[in-house]
Structure formats: C-alpha cells, structure tokens
Design a protein around this ligand. Structure first.
Ligand code: SAM
Length: 273
C-alpha cells in the first residue's frame, strides 16, 4: 500500500469511527484491508476506497469494521473497579436515587465487544437483588460498532478463555457448562440488551441519555485526542451528575476532558462530573 493510499483509507476510517491508525500501524491496516480486498475481488487500494464511497459502501464498511476492530475482552476483567462499585459507588448512587424516589438503574457498556463486561455487571447486580437493589428496575445496555460481536453478545455463549476469571460463586450460579461451551443463565441475560452503535456517530450519541454508570474501557486507546474528546463530551452529557464513568485500567482522561474529576479507590480510579 502506498503512503498516499494509506493516508486516504486511514482518514476515511477516522472520519467514520474515530479510530486513528498511526503510520506504525500501516502494515496492520494493509493486511486487514487486504482481507476485504480478497473477499470482494478488488485489486487496488484506490478501487477499494472507491467501493467504500459507492452505493455499496455502507455494507462494505460493516465488514471493514469487523476486521479492523480489536475485540479482546473477558468476564471480571477489572476486579478493583467491580469491588469499588459494589462496596462504595453503587450504595452511594442507590442512596441518592432513593432520596429522589427513583428506583431504576441504567448502565451503559459502551464498546461492549461480545458482552462479557455487560454480563459481568449483570451478575454483580443480581447478587444485590435481595438487598440493596430489591424491587429496582435494572437496565444494562451494551453497544459496539462491530455487528459480529454484538450477535455473539446476544447469544451469551462463551469459550473457556472468556470465563476463566469468573469467581466460583458466580460461575456455579450463572453459567452452565456444555462441553467446551459456557452458557449464560437467562437470569443474567434478562437485564441486558445489545445494539450496534458507533461512538463517533453524533446522531446516535445524543439519544443515549440518563445513565447512572458508563463503562467505556479499552476502546479510546484506539482514538486520537480529538476523537476521544468528542466521545467523552457525549459521556459527560449522557451521565447523571451523581453518576460515574469507568475507563480501562491503563487509560486516563488526562488532557482529554477537564470536566470530569478523578475519584480514587483501592487499586484504581473512576470519573465523576
Ligand atoms: C478491546 S474491546 C473492549 C471491550 C470491553 N469494553 C472491555 O474492556 O473488555 C474494544 C471494542 O471497541 C469497539 N469499537 C471500536 N471503535 C468503536 C466505535 N467507534 N464505536 C463503538 N465501538 C467501537 C470494537 O469493536 C471492540 O469490540
């Protein structure tokens, strides 16, 4: 791929989804685009770029997103975050909402990949149904740009790699093992729904309103500062004043959005407006 073709395709992808491929990632992008060129029978990068801009472009773009996104995820990926949520942050939100007379909890797993993060939260909250969250309505929404992982999330069937970190208590209660497949119980799936959503699509982002908690972990690392800022501003708009925004363990909003303040807990931190 020539440097010119690389720049043209990189900018096209950036403008669509906010992911920015630095020059060091040129060979990664070339090989992934190469797969789509093989699949569509297209021989030059310029013709592939033309396909993306044609009437068949939207369909091809879906396939391109499937091959260029990194979907690595697993259950109970960030235990310190979950501990803080369970012991401190959730009771605090519940107390605030109780005072307001609202018994509904809305959580967004933004860039949920195949659903492990959203279902982890569902398991943790299910354990609170007898006490803290008795009679509460729980709504967990998982979204991702990649339609293949969204379909997997809806299925709720996983491999050994994904479930390896699930504590025994949860595993016994909420997972059924069938050969090498691990199947989620309907109880866990009941609170969770999944939809395709591009975090860089303004028209979709403005309707994701009124969340108590937003998780956006391990995705903004693929964005540049400008696209990160745009997405994080939407999270700011979409989150209640008493809510929390969680990012990945090695991520930070430093220099991205000054409107959030850091709240520390043992083993990590989260963000509040
Ligand atoms: C590494 S996974 C993170 C999954 C999960 N949040 C976690 O931390 O385990 C990153 C996900 O971000 C999604 N993604 C990348 N760009 C996106 C965009 N513009 N809008 C929505 N999802 C996006 C990818 O499809 C991928 O599934």
């Amino acid at each position: 791929m020539s440097d010119e073709d690389f720049a043209q395709l990189r900018d096209f992808i950036y403008n669509h989804c906010g992911m920015y491929f630095h020059y060091a990632k040129k060979y990664f992008l070339e090989s992934r685009i190469g797969r789509r060129m093989d699949a569509t029978g297209i021989r030059t990068h310029m013709d592939y770029y033309r396909l993306l801009n044609s009437t068949r472009g939207a369909e091809e773009l879906k396939c391109l997103m499937d091959v260029i996104t990194t979907n690595e995820t697993f259950f109970f990926r960030n235990v310190p975050q979950l501990n803080a949520l369970e012991t401190k942050l959730l009771p605090e939100i519940v107390e605030t909402k109780n005072r307001m007379g609202v018994r509904k909890l809305r959580i967004w797993s933004a860039a949920s990949s195949s659903g492990e993060e959203a279902y982890t939260l569902s398991m943790v909250l299910l354990e609170k149904r007898a006490g803290l969250l008795k009679d509460w309505i729980i709504e967990i929404i998982g979204t991702d740009i990649n339609e293949t992982v969204i379909a997997q999330a809806k299925d709720g069937v996983y491999g050994a790699y994904s479930v390896r970190n699930i504590p025994d208590l949860y595993r016994r209660k909420y997972i059924r093992e069938e050969g090498d497949r691990f199947i989620l119980s309907p109880d866990v799936k009941r609170f969770v729904s999944f939809n395709k959503l591009n975090l860089y699509d303004e028209s979709k982002m403005i309707v994701m309103k009124s969340f108590d908690i937003i998780f956006c972990a391990n995705v903004l690392i693929y964005f540049d500062k400008t696209s990160k800022s745009r997405v994080v501003q939407h999270f700011h708009d979409n989150l209640h004043p008493y809510g929390y925004l969680f990012v990945g363990q090695s991520e930070s909003l430093h220099g991205v959005n000054g409107k959030f303040r850091t709240v520390h807990f043992p083993g990590g931190f989260t963000y509040k407006k």
